[in-house]
Design a protein around this ligand. Structure first.
Ligand code: SAT
Ligand code: MN
Length: 589
């Protein structure tokens, strides 16, 4: 079925004329479409079928080694005014960016197929949903979008009826004029991922990987949606959503913001080690939150799939993910075993014999066999543990986490919404392979939104504060968590994974008024007697190792936060400046 709405037709005609594809295909959710995309990708050598006995319905994609992660340096917010992009985003004037990118787009789809993908982020028909149309010359992107977004005829019909959609243009930037296609076409020199927040448009060029190319995900559901959320009074966040049932059979929904590759998917798929607890996944990466008529914050997961980090995932660390990817999964940049299955670091202790690395070379044991940002793309329906709630859950607690070897305790509770916003605004984490650049450097990543906030981050802090203007008591409580503290031997102190239910259990005791806490400069920490560690192999001084804060380090942190805050200049909300002063005083007290 084709579009008839003149707005949509006009937009498609304009881009078709510019990019000059050889043909176009309207992507639908039929089995035939999926098969056709898979056949195209197999023929091109982008994906290989895995052994159907071991991994039915699954494929391994291998990318160009220059196109393996989000490119933050090439991600640009093109607001009319530079101040609206803020100090944490790359900015270019929209007219300048359009002119430059139009030249790149000219003829970029020559010899290629243009896939037209009408999609919804969020349940079709729900007030939460945002519709988009991605046009792309990548069959890999089309296939991945079929898994990650909602694509069905109701979406196409809804867009055709009123012509309201986020236009999302994507090309791998590798026109087939006088040259053969390659297995993973891309154009690293000319990669740009541009967002036009005022007109709610996305233009991406040159990369075929993850958040650079699946435009419904980070580009729409976070960067563009965060701008819509600011204008309309809701929140678009880089958060997992977990449904938790306690031994008393009470149900709680918890949201958590963590930077990329810091265990969001693992926490979203938690298998509690404590008796009587049950956890189910609502979402693992993105949450849209709105105040309900009851004043509470209600959250949806706008995605239909998981795009999870493979390395480190094992039967021990995340059995639910292992079960989820047992079939019907597209793997990218994992290693290939001799019998046609995938492998990655951490799946088993030792790599199997006869491995082929992510670049298709026999694995010699040097360096990683799978790329550290290797991924699995799989429908949430493959999860054995998905919560049935799709249309909004009331959030009781929000977690802010990151990777910090020192300083930040295992868990602290914010004293108020405002204090929680302060804790979110000063979040920091050691960098991972999810983005380009060095790994293991501490960087400030407020709300885990540093790469994903579509407007001035100082204004974003203000928007968070504004959520408490009415009925602050109904809002969730906010917690800072850190599973990654290291001991003197360099090893992790906290076992993490399923044991994180102990932290959640303390949080719920707090919510129910069953546990006390002690004040620290970063909020309330548990009393040792309220924190259950029975059965864990921890040393005598476990409480200190997990919860103590070194005074020197706190003093250094004050200076780092001062520097961090200085970047926002007059966009820093006064309440946060006051919170910072209080923090500084408490450190010196
Ligand atoms: O590549 S993505 O941006 O989709 C994944 C991530 O970094 O969280
Ligand atoms: Mn993410």
């Amino acid at each position: 079925m084709r579009f008839t709405n003149p707005k949509v037709v006009g937009w498609l005609e304009e881009w078709t004329a510019l990019m000059q594809p050889e043909r176009s295909v309207m992507v639908d959710a039929s089995a035939a479409m999926r098969e056709q995309l898979i056949a195209t990708l197999v023929e091109l050598g982008t994906i290989k079928a895995l052994n159907p006995q071991l991994r039915p319905g699954s494929y391994l994609a291998s990318s160009d080694p220059r196109d393996v992660a989000r490119l933050e340096s090439r991600t640009i917010i093109c607001s009319e005014r530079e101040a609206d992009a803020g100090p944490t985003n790359n900015w270019r004037a929209p007219s300048e960016m359009r002119e430059m990118m139009r030249k790149l787009y000219e003829g970029c789809m020559r010899g290629r197929t243009m896939y037209i993908i009408p999609f919804s982020m969020g349940e079709v028909g729900s007030p939460f949903a945002i519709y988009g149309i991605e046009i792309t010359d990548s069959a890999y992107v089309a296939l991945s979008m079929l898994t990650m977004a909602t694509i069905d005829d109701r979406v196409r019909a809804a867009i055709d009826a009123d012509g309201v959609f986020v236009p999302a243009v994507h090309s791998v930037g590798y026109p087939l004029v006088g040259r053969e296609d390659v297995a993973w076409p891309c154009n690293p020199e000319d990669t740009y991922i541009a967002h036009f927040p005022e007109t709610r448009e996305i233009w991406s060029y040159g990369s075929g990987y993850g958040g650079n190319a699946l435009l419904g995900k980070k580009c729409l559901a976070l960067r563009i949606a965060s701008v819509a959320a600011r204008d309309e009074g809701w929140l678009a966040e880089h958060m997992l959503i977990l449904k938790l049932t306690s031994p008393r059979n009470e149900v709680y929904y918890v949201a958590g913001a963590f930077p990329s590759a810091c265990g969001k998917t693992n926490l979203a798929m938690l298998v509690p080690t404590r008796p009587g607890w049950r956890a189910e996944t609502v979402g693992d990466d993105i949450a849209w939150l709105r105040r309900g008529p009851d004043g509470r914050l209600w959250a949806v997961n706008p995605e239909m799939g998981f795009f999870g980090v493979a390395p480190g995932t094992s039967v021990k660390t995340n059995p639910v993910a292992m079960e989820t990817v047992a079939r019907n999964t597209i793997f990218t940049n994992c290693a290939l075993t001799a019998d046609g299955d995938v492998w990655w670091e951490g799946m088993t202790k030792e790599p199997p014999e006869g491995l082929t690395d992510w670049q298709g070379r026999p694995y010699t044991g040097e360096g990683p066999a799978a790329h550290p940002n290797a991924r699995f793309t799989v429908s949430i329906e493959e999860s054995p543990n998905i919560a049935p709630e799709r249309d909004g859950v009331p959030i009781s607690a929000i977690l802010f986490g990151g990777r910090r070897s020192t300083l930040v305790p295992l868990v602290t509770e914010a004293r108020s919404w405002e204090h929680g916003v302060f804790l979110g605004s000063i979040m920091a984490s050691e960098t991972t392979a999810a983005a380009e650049g060095a790994v293991g450097r501490v960087r400030r990543d407020p709300f885990a939104m540093l790469p994903f906030c579509g407007y001035n981050m100082g204004d974003y802090f203000g928007h968070w504060l504004s959520m408490a203007e009415t009925d602050p008591q109904a809002l969730p409580r906010i917690y800072l968590v850190n599973w990654f503290r290291r001991g003197a031997d360099g090893g992790f102190v906290w076992p993490g994974y399923g044991e994180n239910v102990r932290v959640l259990s303390w949080i719920i005791d707090r919510l129910e008024g069953r546990a006390a806490g002690s004040e620290t400069p970063l909020g309330l920490i548990p009393k040792p007697e309220d924190f259950e560690v029975e059965g864990l192999d921890l040393s005598e001084n476990w409480f200190d190792l997990l919860f103590s804060m070194d005074k020197e380090e706190l003093i250094a942190e004050v200076d780092l936060i001062r520097e961090h805050y200085a970047r926002f200049a007059e966009h820093l909300p006064k309440q946060l400046a006051a919170q910072f002063n209080e923090f500084e005083e408490s450190v010196h007290r």
